[in-house]
Write a protein that binds this ligand. Structure first.
Ligand code: AMP
Length: 213
């Protein structure tokens, strides 16, 4: 298979520098397929497991769209567990290393809510959270979604296994209709395709076989 370099993808220079610092040379298969589509604004269904580089596959296009000067929430990533939320937030922070003014915050259950509310008020543009806690903040209006342009469902099949379907639907139903929706899942089930049908617009499917980086 032909290899695609990050330099070939017309990315922001600051992201290219961060990617080089992280030691990435070529894109992984999911990145090579998903990033160009996502940069065009296309909704994506990505069938990819952990270890394929899926975090950067959605993290890079997401950061390309975040305006550092706008101190409002612009992107939401939903994850099944607190561990994954922390891990994804760390990777997105590394990618955003040279993009000054971008704040990335993991938001999960079990963490002191008052502390989270204080951090959220601080002009956070990107949150990575578990569905229950994100919904809780939306209800309290400590998360406002008017400016959200991108939403990612990471490990969507795991979120369904953990009983988050209703929370996911509630959150997706309240986000601006003009947003871009990217969904990643290791497996494709009828329930996953139903979420795509309800909440995505003409999604493109990208698939990769598991190959650890
Ligand atoms: P993920 O599937 O997103 O959990 O990524 C698995 C691991 O691969 C993480 O440690 C990433 O930092 C790393 N990684 C992601 N993309 C690349 C790449 N293009 N080249 C090398 N390593 C990568």
């Amino acid at each position: 298979m032909e290899t695609i370099k990050f330099e070939d993808l017309k990315l922001d220079d600051r992201i290219l520098r961060a990617v080089a610092d992280m030691g990435f040379e070529e894109t992984s298969p999911i990145q090579g397929k998903a990033i160009p589509l996502a940069l065009e604004g296309t909704d994506i269904i990505g069938q990819a497991q952990t270890g394929t580089g899926k975090t950067a596959a959605f993290g890079i296009p997401l950061l390309e769209k975040v305006d550092p000067k706008l101190k409002k929430l612009q992107a939401v990533v939903l994850c099944p567990t607190r561990e994954l939320a922390i891990q994804v937030a760390e990777e997105i922070r590394r990618l955003a290393k040279y993009m000054h003014g971008i704040k990335v915050l993991p938001v999960y259950g079990g963490q002191e809510i008052v502390k989270q509310i204080r951090s959220l008020k601080d002009g956070t543009q990107v949150i990575i959270g578990t569905p229950g806690r994100v919904m809780d903040h939306m209800r309290r209006k400590t998360i406002r979604v008017e400016e959200v342009h991108t939403v990612v469902l990471d490990e969507a099949d795991e979120m369904l296994n953990m009983g988050f379907l209703e929370d996911m639907e509630t959150i997706l139903g309240q986000l601006p209709e003009t947003r871009q929706t990217m969904m990643f899942s290791a497996t494709m089930s009828p329930a996953i395709l139903e979420i795509a049908r309800k909440f995505q617009k003409d999604p493109e499917t990208v698939k990769v076989v598991k190959k650890d980086l």
